[in-house]
Design a protein around this ligand. Structure first.
Ligand code: SF4
Length: 334
């Protein structure tokens, strides 16, 4: 019988699931993702995770709990770096221990470290280690599975660059055509942007108001890199770079009407990037910009009010652009 490997639907799930699913399936494992986030999953995450953690880490705990009696192993790699010379948030490094010692009755975790700080070779090394831990020992098969997984990842990214959101590509939902009157850039971490329960269906809400949405994953990463090269200091945090680079791309293009940052309450990377983006928006760009903060207590009603306020601002600027500043009062009002 095939070994069952559980994959919690949280953190970098919406970035790397097609890759890891293909790799494990090609090896001969059965992959079991946790279901989409629900109130129960969130509540279990809040129950088992430490209070100080950010919302995405809490949600992740809930997903691990959901898989506890369904699989032989749960995959929670220790992510240290996903790009050369860059680190990611330290919470990713501590995630295996956090989950292991907080969530009861879990099967063994596969917590192989993935560290690409020096070069991409670290990835193959980690994948061989992971395969060995799962008792797949044929190096030829592992090598072939890695190549197939890379192709699956490239196809996935190509579909996302065409404007499909990763959650829809993963679920094979065909792209729908929306009648869009406005174009909005929506930046944030993938685990906030595409978890539709946690973000209270934000993308659906924006689209239903006639907005076309562009997220960081839809923007060419080379462009994001180039824009970040112009920053006064080199960004060595991958997620901060993605937020700032995509925000600069969006603010700099006339085709975008406004920019939203979806941020997790208590996230250091978000508060730093958010502050920088806001300063840039105030000083150099004339585009409406708003931060939407979420945590486990955020209610639908207050969230909707913020979205409505943002659309009011967009509509007023589109009908009376010269009279309204992107922030606060009209510059011409008395
Ligand atoms: S980057 Fe922010 S939201 Fe993401 S895991 Fe770290 S603290 Fe949490």
């Amino acid at each position: 019988m095939a070994v069952k490997v559980g994959i919690p639907r949280g953190m970098y799930f919406y970035k790397y699931y097609p890759f890891i699913k293909t790799f494990l399936t090609e090896l001969g494992a059965e992959v079991v993702p946790s279901p989409e986030t629900t109130r129960e999953i969130l509540d279990k995450g809040v129950l088992y995770c430490i209070d100080d953690a950010c919302l995405p880490v809490k949600v992740f705990h809930g997903h691990a709990y959901t898989l506890r009696d369904k699989v032989d192993f749960i995959l929670i790699p220790r992510l240290t770096s996903i790009s050369k010379s860059e680190y990611i948030c330290p919470k990713f490094g501590g995630l295996p221990e956090m989950v292991k010692y907080s969530v009861p009755d879990l099967p063994p975790l596969v917590d192989t470290e993935i560290n690409l700080i020096k070069n991409q070779k670290g990835l193959a090394k980690a994948l061989y280690k992971m395969a060995f831990l799962l008792k797949f020992k044929n190096p030829l098969l592992i090598g072939r599975s890695i190549n197939t997984a890379i192709r699956a990842h490239n196809n996935f990214m190509a579909a996302v660059h065409e404007g499909n959101t990763p959650d829809c590509v993963i679920a094979s939902v065909p792209r729908r055509q929306y009648k869009s009157k406005i174009r909005i850039g929506l930046v944030g971490h993938p685990y906030l942007l595409y978890d539709n329960f946690t973000n209270m269906d934000l993308i659906k809400k924006l689209r239903s108001r006639g907005a076309e949405i562009t997220t960081p994953d839809m923007i060419d990463p080379h462009i994001i890199n180039e824009l970040c090269m112009e920053l006064p200091k080199r960004m060595f945090w991958s997620s901060g770079k993605s937020l700032i680079g995509s925000a600069l791309f969006i603010m700099d293009r006339r085709s975008f009407d406004g920019l939203l940052l979806l941020s997790a309450f208590g996230c250091g990377v978000d508060s730093l990037a958010g502050e920088y983006i806001e300063k840039q928006a105030r000083m150099y760009y004339k585009k409406p910009y708003m931060v939407l903060n979420i945590d486990e207590h955020t209610g639908d009603a207050s969230f909707n009010t913020r979205i409505e306020a943002f659309f009011d601002l967009l509509n007023r600027r589109n009908s009376d652009a010269a009279n309204l500043s992107a922030h606060g009062r009209s510059i011409y009002s008395s």
